[in-house]
Design a protein around this ligand. Structure first.
Ligand SMILES: [Ca+2]
Length: 247
């Protein structure tokens, strides 16, 4: 081969293992002319996803991944793409190679796969990984606020407050389609269930209500409010209260 210039020359370089990044390649002719050009040997990368703490519906998850090169050095300022199902977010790695995504979780509680990927660029090879994320139900607290006494044969106005924790990240309480007003006798047997309509007053706060003619015999019963949310919410602690039916 007669070397004239890089413009009309092609050379094959066997890259020793462990050599990556910008590398100068120098060609020296028999006559002693030499010229150097820089070539880039793409550097392998790896992505590691930190364990994801369980998160409740409506709350913010913290999802963290770290991009490093083949030598274990952080790769900063690169875009990595997180995905849960069809939801995607591009995050730039910081100086330590970390990318953090804090999505507000609106998924129905269950188990999900979180993936993160880095697309090859002019200097680095692609990498990707995935991990598991568990979404649990958000807490909700339901308190009976209706009448505590009713005459047999008369209408009982039942109502309840249905409230989420004040975590600055309320979910969609319309997921609670119904609240059951359950009446138990003194022996703990469920004797009546009424469905209450739930209406959301403002984010995180709803009320449930209904009314019904009470045909139970006179006595003391227990009223319990049970929100039904298709697993998005779970009652934190039930607060049964006494209901007195008078003759
Ligand atoms: Ca919340």
């Amino acid at each position: 081969m007669t070397y004239v210039s890089w413009a009309d020359t092609s050379i094959k370089v066997l890259v020793p293992s462990g050599v990556y990044g910008l590398q100068p390649v120098t060609v020296t002719t028999a006559g002693g002319t030499s010229e150097t050009i820089d070539i880039v040997i793409l550097t392998p990368t790896s992505l590691v996803l930190s364990a994801i703490a369980p998160v409740q519906y409506s709350d913010q998850a913290t999802i963290q991944a770290r991009l490093t090169d083949v030598g274990g050095n952080p790769v900063a300022g690169k875009s990595v793409t997180f995905a849960i199902g069809t939801t995607r977010q591009v995050v730039t790695t910081d100086q330590n190679g970390y990318a953090v995504w804090t999505p507000t979780i609106t998924l129905k509680p269950g188990s999900f796969t979180v993936s993160v990927s880095f697309t090859a660029d002019d200097h680095y090879l692609a990498s990707s990984t995935s991990g598991a994320m568990t979404v649990a139900a958000e807490d909700v607290d339901s308190t009976y606020t209706g009448a505590a006494t009713v005459k047999k044969g008369k209408s009982l106005a039942m109502s309840a407050n249905v409230i989420e924790p004040a975590d600055s990240s309320p979910g969609d309480l319309t997921k609670i389609s119904t609240a059951y007003f359950q009446i138990y006798d003194s022996g703990g047997n469920l004797v009546k269930t009424y469905s209450g309509h739930v209406s959301v007053s403002w984010p995180g706060v709803a009320t449930a209500s209904t009314s019904a003619t009470i045909t139970l015999n006179a006595g003391t019963y227990t009223m319990k409010v049970v929100p039904i949310s298709n697993s998005y919410y779970e009652e934190d602690a039930f607060h049964p209260v006494a209901l007195v039916v008078t003759p």
